[in-house]
Design a protein around this ligand. Structure first.
Ligand SMILES: *[C@@H]1O[C@H](CO)[C@@H](O)[C@H](O)[C@H]1NC(C)=O
Ligand SMILES: *[C@@H]1O[C@H](CO)[C@@H](O)[C@H](O)[C@H]1NC(C)=O
Ligand SMILES: *[C@@H]1O[C@H](CO)[C@@H](O)[C@H](O)[C@H]1NC(C)=O
Length: 660
């Protein structure tokens, strides 16, 4: 190489660097800090601006030019500030007194001239004109006057989330860029509850929501529980209408949550190859969290800082995680909300619903999600049906074979009967079917008639809508390769490949025939003022069973057969899980007695969804049920895996507005 040519190439390199430097894009993804040993995140997006000298609040510490401050809107007298802050500390886990060393107070300020007020002694108070900036804690960028919202950071020790997120100003989301210490756990951020005020238009203002990672959110990639899926598809342009309705009502989405792969039923541990099953906090902490909305179930049972999770139920995917984690959970009547931009398992059977501790929040969330298709009965006088029928309930609850769980089930159904002034009658579905078999199924026992219906519908529909396009897209990018898929969806899809279009049409007919029969013979609606359902149908959802996650299961199979959990799947009627209590048994993991949940599923006639939630509220009010708490048991208590030292600083805060 000649000197001349070397000189030339150096020159061109220099000019090249200049060009690329001119187009550099530098953006903040937010900042992670600690204030008095509490982990916080400073949003990169501001809520507004105040006039402030960069030298203000000299005694307040700063990091990277940010200082903790507090905004107080409304006509609050300076003398009342200490009482206000004490109140805030009770209702919000994000605010702490250290934010109140520098206060922006709306209205006229007298404090700086008046000596001796309590607030003056502790703080420097400036005025704020912009009433659009909500009250609460902020980090103030001293150089610019921008107020940035505060998130408190928590460890996702239950492994329930796939990606934590924060909202962006354009109505989208981006991944939360923060990590605090955790045992291979993600970090989740929650905004101060003080920023949000419940109104008629925003009944979910500030409610913290987890979203099953099959619902697409604007700006976020999705996984459906599959890593290859996450890798090949871009972030979604928009949020689907179901979650958008919750957001429009004020709900704060804090993260996407784990699902078993493609929302198929999977067991811990071998089935969950791509992602690790979340940890069920109840009992010994090593019980199967069930599927597929297990991220929602494990998190709502574990975290006081999370209020509710939206999941989906095709064949039990909300009811089962709700049951094993001791929560309320609902499979709604079919067709109450759009599932646009939600990964389908089977559009014929898919339903969106919630996993939740508080039956009042449950009602509000249902009313938002299902809109005009849901009738909240919260403040109305209802006439409960008095016909209670039970499937697989203990027949001899005081006999020698009976268990502690039997006693809980029996005492609950007796209390329910007293409460609704009703009668209890066992329901033998097979016998009832034999006595009134529809003509199209003449001579065929129920179990045979519906044996392959579910497996056929979910596999044929998911193959066409999810697998085939996914395989084609993956192959196009990766030289004809197949993506990795977990054993359960693979086995199920393999079964679907053996079926004909005729089999699929037959399955749709079987479902329709059963639905018409069940909804006319067993559980019809009642069309009278104040009444909706002709009865209740109950079946056990969990009876204190231990299903440890370290147990090796058999080879994955196809979900053939019929069980009570499939009734609502085909009949399209609402079916909700109610936590009843817990029973003690020896855990082989802790070598100690632990408490394991007992629960029941209650069905009413199609379209009577509000009745089940009203029943939950009334039974809690009457002391027949207890709303579950987060913790190692449904009545609270330590979660073994929760590191006590770090959790010490966490205030026990409930979203009080929704409590009764
Ligand atoms: C704090 O709460 C108490 C009890 O609800 C109330 O009486 C008081 O007015 C509140 N203080 C302020 C400043 O809002
Ligand atoms: C309970 O039901 C019975 C029979 O259906 C009826 O005679 C009675 O009046 C009811 N009692 C109440 C308190 O509603
Ligand atoms: C259900 O169908 C599967 C697959 O065809 C079959 O192996 C099984 O024996 C059937 N069970 C009943 C109860 O019919």
């Amino acid at each position: 190489m000649s000197v001349r040519s070397l000189g030339l190439s150096l020159l061109s390199l220099v000019s090249c660097i200049k060009l690329s430097a001119a187009s550099a894009q530098l953006a903040s993804n937010g900042l992670s800090v600690t204030l008095n040993d509490v982990y916080y995140f400073i949003s990169p997006f501001s809520s507004g601006k105040v006039l402030v000298k960069p030298t203000a609040f000299p005694t307040v510490p700063s990091v990277f030019g940010f200082k903790p401050v507090t905004v107080v809107q409304g006509a609050v007298a300076e003398e009342a500030l200490p009482s206000l802050f004490a109140n805030w500390s009770k209702i919000d886990d994000v605010f702490q007194p250290a934010f109140a060393q520098a206060i922006f107070l709306a209205g006229s300020i007298t404090c700086l001239t008046k000596r001796g007020t309590a607030a003056r002694d502790l703080s420097t108070i400036l005025s704020i004109d912009d009433t659009s900036i909500p009250s609460g804690p902020y980090f103030l960028e001293m150089a610019t006057g921008f107020l940035h919202p505060v998130y408190r950071l928590y460890e996702d020790f239950a492994g329930a989330f796939t990606e934590p997120l924060i909202p962006t100003p354009g109505g989208k989301f981006q991944v939360l860029s923060a990590q605090i210490p955790g045992s291979a756990a993600l970090t989740v951020g929650v905004p101060s509850r003080l920023y949000f005020t419940k109104t008629a238009a925003k009944p979910l203002a500030g409610v913290r929501l987890g979203v099953k990672d099959i619902y697409r959110l604007a700006g976020m990639k999705g996984s459906n529980g599959n890593r290859a899926w996450y890798s090949i598809y871009p972030a979604s342009e928009s949020t689907g209408p179901a979650v958008q309705a919750l957001i429009d009502a004020g709900a704060q989405v804090i993260g996407l949550q784990k699902t078993s792969q493609f929302a198929n039923g999977e067991s811990a541990t071998a089935d969950w190859v791509d992602y690790h099953m979340p940890f069920n906090p109840r009992g010994d902490g090593y019980q199967d969290a069930s599927s597929s909305s297990s991220g929602g179930g494990a998190s709502v049972a574990s975290y006081e800082w999370l209020d509710i999770a939206i999941g989906s139920d095709t064949g039990g995917s909300i009811r089962n995680p709700a049951a094993v984690q001791g929560l309320f959970g609902n499979r709604p009547s079919h067709g109450l909300a759009s599932l646009d931009k939600v990964m389908p398992l089977s559009p014929t059977l898919d339903t969106p619903g919630f996993l939740v501790r508080d039956p009042y929040l449950w009602d509000t969330a249902n009313a938002v999600l299902y809109g005009d298709n849901y009738k909240s009965l919260a403040n109305t006088q209802v006439k409960y049906p008095n016909k209670i029928r039970t499937i697989y309930f203990p027949s001899d609850p005081t006999g020698p074979e009976s268990s502690a769980a039997d006693a809980i089930m029996t005492s609950f159904v007796n209390a329910l009967a007293t409460f609704v002034n009703g009668t209890i009658e066992p329901l033998e579905l097979d016998t009832a079917w034999d006595a009134s078999t529809p003509a199209e199924a003449a001579g065929i026992p129920l179990g045979d008639f519906l044996n392959t219906t579910y497996a056929t519908l979910i596999t044929k529909e998911q193959i066409a809508l999810v697998r085939d396009p996914f395989y084609a897209d993956y192959a196009a990018i990766h030289d004809g390769r197949h993506p990795f898929v977990n054993p359960v969806p693979l086995v199920r899809w393999g079964y679907g490949d053996t079926l004909s279009e005729g089999d699929y049409e037959a399955a749709k007919r079987e479902k329709a025939i059963f639905m018409d029969w069940f909804n006319s013979v067993i559980l019809p609606t009642v069309d009278q003022p104040g009444q909706c359902s002709s009865g209740f149908v109950l079946y056990p959802s969990i009876q204190g069973d231990q299903i440890p996650r370290n147990r090796y299961g058999g080879e994955p199979g196809v979900p053939f057969g019929f069980n009570p959990g499939r009734i609502s799947v085909f009949s399209e009627a609402p079916d909700s899980t109610f936590p009843l209590g817990q029973v003690s048994s020896l855990s082989a993991i802790t070598n100690h007695d632990e408490l394991f949940p007992v629960g029941v599923d209650i069905m009413v006639a199609k379209g009577c969804d509000g009745l089940l939630v009203k029943l939950a509220q009334d039974l809690v009010k009457a002391g027949i049920l207890t709303a579950p708490l987060t913790g190692g048991t449904v009545t609270g208590g330590d979660i073994l895996m929760k590191r006590r030292a770090e959790e010490k600083g966490i205030k026990k805060v409930r979203y009080v507005e929704y409590y009764y």
